[in-house]
Design a binder for this molecule. Structure first.
Ligand SMILES: Cc1ncc(COP(=O)(O)O)c(C=O)c1O
Length: 396
């Protein structure tokens, strides 16, 4: 289906913010191209151009199901405009379908703002009562905490698989076992994890799972929600009945084709890329620690993405480091790109109870296909110089 035709261009070598977004893979762009051009049909029409578009959407659905090891006959894939939309659909769709008011939901303080804000919105309207699980210094939620938080009639558990700021992995399979044992449904935000660590919908045992294409070298503006067979949710958007009535609106055929191609490619390359990126990640940590004093690695380092690294650097402000690195042609982040343009103090690191100096001096480096050993060395060199100049007050 997708052919590996080209390596990413050298311009992406100094891009170290793949957790914010990853460049479109050339193979994915090639797969999408006909649907931005001559294959422009509306997937709801019945003449050949439309049937061709509908076929492309269904093929992408199958690619998602196979890449995420979901039961093809039992699992629904609803294409959305983003992971944010998929998460909102999971939360609101489940809460509304539960018929309870307020519906009890369990989530975690370190979730992405897409989850935090969607659940807070339900809370402010009296539609949900949320128990927010804490995390310790590792950044992982305690599965026993999930069990303790359960109440009779809990409607939903919603936890992310990989944290967007630290890359730390939550124990989702354990939480799902607890959920299953108590007859509670569980949603997993896998936006950062899909394509980077094995995401096996069936083995994880979750009921709903959200992804977006742009984190695994697919296009922006397209995501998906996987729904286990037998789970009924209410739609957010009403209209023409597309996506099995769960997401009305003419399908973004090119975007959906891109998502399908991107997930298939990411899963095919995953194992080799994970080994390579883990090596680069270690190289960056060792390089920075050997060149710069007062560097802390944040979060559990045994349960984490191979690609994301969060460092706390004493005596500097993370956003200043990011700005000066930007001037040198390097893209890194200070926190989540989705919160106040990444300049707000991280709610994740704060929840982990890290000292204020480490939170203030936090930077996120997230690796991807375009990065090499030589670009990782360039990054370390530039970071050491930038931090040194900030500490001397030269760049204040
Ligand atoms: C863990 C997580 N969930 C959800 C999202 C939201 O994704 P999107 O902006 O594509 O809606 C992101 C994006 O950063 C994320 O990292």
């Amino acid at each position: 289906m997708v052919e590996l035709t080209a390596m990413p261009s050298p311009e992406t070598a100094h891009y170290f913010d793949h957790a914010a977004t990853a460049p479109l893979a050339p193979e994915v762009q090639e797969a999408m191209r006909p649907y931005l051009g001559e294959r422009f049909g509306n997937a709801s029409t019945i003449y050949p151009l439309g049937v061709e578009a509908a076929y492309a959407v269904e093929r992408a659905r199958l690619q998602v199901l196979r890449a995420l090891h979901a039961d093809e006959a039992q699992t629904r894939v609803v294409f959305t405009g983003s992971a944010t939309e998929a998460i909102n659909l999971a939360h609101k769709g489940m809460v509304w379908a539960s018929g309870r008011r307020p519906a009890h939901v369990i989530s975690c303080v370190t979730e992405h703002s897409a989850s935090l804000q969607s659940l807070r919105w339900l809370e402010t309207r009296g539609e949900a009562a949320v128990t927010w699980l804490p995390v310790g210094v590792t950044g992982r939620a305690d599965p026993a905490g999930v069990e303790r938080a359960l109440r009779p009639g809990t409607a939903l558990i919603s936890l992310m698989l990989a944290n967007s700021e630290t890359g730390v992995l939550h124990p989702i399979a354990e939480a799902a076992r607890t959920a299953r044992a108590h007859g509670v449904l569980i949603h997993c935000d896998a936006a950062q994890a899909a394509g980077k660590v094995p995401v096996d919908f069936a083995a994880l045992g979750v009921d709903l799972l959200s992804i977006n294409a742009h984190k695994f070298h697919g296009p922006k503006g397209v995501g998906a929600l996987l729904i286990r067979g037998g789970v009924e949710i209410e739609p957010l958007i009403h209209g023409g009945g597309q996506e099995g009535g769960l997401r009305a609106g003419t399908e973004n055929v090119a975007g959906i084709v891109g998502l399908g191609a991107a997930i298939e490619l990411a899963v095919r390359l995953r194992e080799a890329e994970a080994t390579r990126l883990l090596g680069l990640r270690r190289r960056v940590i060792e390089g920075v620690q050997s060149r710069v004093r007062g560097v802390h690695v944040h979060g559990d380092q045994t349960h984490c993405l191979p690609s994301t690294l969060n460092l706390g650097i004493e005596d500097v402000e993370g956003p200043r480091v990011v700005a000066l690195m930007g001037e040198r042609g390097f893209s890194i982040a200070a926190g989540s790109a989705c919160t106040a343009r990444g300049t707000a103090r991280s709610h994740v690191l704060t929840a982990m109870g890290l000292p204020e100096a480490q939170v203030a001096g936090a930077i996120r480096i997230s690796l991807g296909r375009g990065n090499t050993a030589s670009s990782a060395d360039d990054l370390v060199e530039a970071l050491a110089e930038v931090i040194d100049s900030l500490r001397r007050g030269e760049s204040a």
